[in-house]
Design a protein around this ligand. Structure first.
Ligand code: ZN
Ligand code: ZN
Length: 377
């Protein structure tokens, strides 16, 4: 349930982009004005300067700033004044309606989960069985998700056929392996979660999905040059909410760099090189630890005695507690750090403001002194 809610909440930006009521727009067009985007025109070297998007950046759009100020206070008769920005106003209204829709969606999903939970509870479905066999159904999704992020030649057809093929192969392999156990498929709940049935299911669902994704994508992509590749990446780069561009989140890190609207790939790569390296190294260490080292150590003890078992239990408990502390403390510390940073920033602004006020007052006083006689002092 919480997963669905999170998806709805975090999907807000993407939904705003995808369902904008501008039928027939391609990924090259601006969702605000419908004209061709600036950076794409520059890259494709087309001569459509008349049809070029001239929408101002939302962070420095004066009508938007005025709108926000006007709507900040209490509205007249409980209503807020309408948006007046010609570029972003309509989109802001659209987004407001989507946010209302999203809230209702969360409520509806939450309510509709309850009967589902009651049905599961009443039928007495074995949750352990769902946990084991559920992996076979969800694993085929991983290769398409990973490939869509890291491989430029992955196509929609490739990823969808890969997911479907993985699912079919995984379920078939599980059923076939389960039928070799005593009782076959008539002892369904027990035999489908036997070690080899799960192993065969997960391996073939992952393998078939990955293989099919790669093969079908290789036959269906139409990327021939480096330009095509860059153009393809640009699509992912361009997924954003025009009212909350992702560039805003990184503006501080990108300080000092010169770019128009959005930083280039090279600028992003250069700025976040350390973060990228940390992610690669951290990811590799995690994979080695959880997929090789820990299972390897476990394999050394096919049967544990009481001491070894209590060591293992203690180890897992300590690990769980440390992870829980990190999960609880790290976001809180980050939030506090951000609040302190904002506080310092605004305090600095206020000081500068007071400083200017003092200077102005002093100048004013000087002028007054010059003009008026001593009696005024
Ligand atoms: Zn535009
Ligand atoms: Zn605006």
């Amino acid at each position: 349930m919480s997963k669905c809610s999170c998806l709805l909440v975090h999907g807000e930006n993407t939904i705003a982009y995808l369902t904008k009521d501008r039928r027939g727009l391609t990924e090259l067009d601006c969702v605000l004005c419908g004209k061709k985007k600036k950076d794409i025109i520059r890259k494709k070297q087309t001569n459509q300067s008349r049809n070029r998007c001239e929408c101002p950046d939302v962070s420095c759009c004066q009508p938007c700033i005025d709108d926000m100020k006007a709507r900040h206070g209490k509205g007249h008769n409980g209503t807020k004044p309408p948006y007046t920005c010609k570029t972003h106003g309509q989109y802001r209204e659209y987004q407001d309606s989507l946010i209302g829709f999203k809230d209702w969606c969360i409520v509806m999903v939450t309510i509709s989960i309850i009967p589902l939970g009651l049905v599961v509870f009443e039928t007495g479905i074995d949750l352990n069985w769902i946990f084991y066999s559920g992996a076979i159904v969800t694993i085929p999704c991983f290769p398409p998700v990973i490939l869509s992020i890291i491989w430029v030649k992955a196509t929609g057809k490739g990823l969808m056929s890969g997911g479907a093929a993985g699912l079919v192969c995984g379920v078939t392999a599980t059923l076939v392996t389960a039928s070799f156990y005593e009782g076959g498929l008539s002892n369904f709940l027990l035999n489908t979660v036997q070690n080899y049935a799960i192993l065969a299911g997960t391996c073939s669902s992952f393998g078939a999905s990955l293989l099919c994704c790669i093969v079908v994508s290789l036959f269906t992509h139409d990327i021939k040059t480096v330009d095509d590749e860059n153009f393809e990446w640009q699509k992912m780069y361009d997924i954003e909410n025009p009212l909350n561009p992702w560039e805003l989140n990184y503006r501080e890190e990108l300080k000092g760099l010169e770019y128009e609207g959005k930083p280039t790939f090279e600028q992003m790569a250069e700025t976040f090189r350390k973060a990228k390296l940390t992610a690669y190294i951290g990811g590799a260490i995690c994979i080695v630890a959880f997929a090789v080292v820990i299972p390897g150590i476990m394999a050394m003890f096919p049967k544990m005695d009481l001491t070894q078992f209590s060591f293992w239990i203690w180890g897992t408990q300590i690990f769980a507690v440390i992870m829980a502390v990190i999960v609880i403390v790290a976001p809180m510390a980050e939030e506090i750090h951000k609040i302190m940073k904002e506080y310092r920033k605004s305090a600095h602004k206020m000081n500068v403001g007071y400083g200017q006020m003092n200077v102005i007052n002093a100048e004013h006083a000087d002028q007054e002194d010059g003009k008026t006689p001593v009696t005024n002092v």
